[in-house]
Design a protein around this ligand. Structure first.
Ligand code: ADP
Ligand code: MG
Ligand code: MG
Length: 211
């Protein structure tokens, strides 16, 4: 299994399908602690990504796929999530460079760059009850798996599983960034919607690699 442009293309299509299938769930989570639009935002953005990939044909490298994703999300998704995921994929694109496929070290560099881009843009720290609480354990797990000699599919699986655990861990947290922070202590007791979309996107990366 190569993490090539075809994989990146499958990843984005499977992300779009998962986000669309979970639109209600994401919106319900965002209704509890936000403005009830996260499902709609993510579905709109990733549908536009799929339309763009269909129109242009699959780019030649994973980095080029990520660049298309970044530009599309930044232009189509309003609210916090668009610029945050847009920056993540832009940094991922830069980290992937012109490689035709990502090996274990390149994969870890891509995931790390994506997370770092979100932090640079949104200034969230772990524990602030944001998508970073899914991304950071995912990156940590990817680093550990790569250091242990794992291949790309195992690294992605470790990252996705850690993102799921990170999502679950957002429930008791009090939000300190984004709209949910306006609720103060009342934000506790709910999962963070952005952490939920991140977990779906990382699980889609695994599915794309297993195909
Ligand atoms: P909005 O809050 O503008 O309606 P969305 O509902 O699409 O945007 O996205 C909300 C999600 O964005 C939150 O659940 C959280 O995960 C994420 N988020 C918000 N602000 C930040 C931030 N500063 N850093 C990281 N993630 C953030
Ligand atoms: Mg919202
Ligand atoms: Mg909004």
């Amino acid at each position: 299994m190569e993490l090539d442009a075809a994989w990146a293309d499958r990843w984005m299509r499977l992300s779009a399908a998962a986000l669309s299938g979970n639109r209600q769930r994401l919106t319900t989570l965002d209704r509890e602690i936000g403005d009830a639009d996260h499902g709609e935002n993510m579905e709109r953005g990733f549908s536009a990504v799929v339309e763009k990939l269909d129109a242009d044909g699959v780019p030649e490298t994973p980095g080029a796929v990520f660049k298309t994703v970044a530009m599309t999300l930044m232009s189509k998704v309003g609210g916090a999530a668009g610029p945050l995921y847009g920056t993540a994929f832009l940094r991922a694109s830069t980290a992937a460079g012109s490689a035709s496929a990502l090996g274990p070290a390149e994969l870890v560099a891509v995931l790390t760059a994506a997370r770092d881009g979100i932090v640079a843009r949104g200034k969230a720290e772990p524990g602030d009850k944001t998508m970073i609480d899914a991304w950071t354990p995912a990156v940590d797990a990817a680093v550990t798996a790569e250091a242990a000699g794992s291949g790309p599919v195992e690294i992605l699986t470790a990252a996705a599983n850690a993102a799921d655990a990170g999502l679950a861990g957002t429930e008791p947290l009090v939000a300190r960034k984004g709209r949910a922070s306006y609720l103060g202590e009342r934000s506790a007791g709910h999962l963070d919607p952005g952490a939920a979309s991140t977990a779906l996107i990382l699980q889609a990366a695994v599915s794309a690699a297993e195909t």
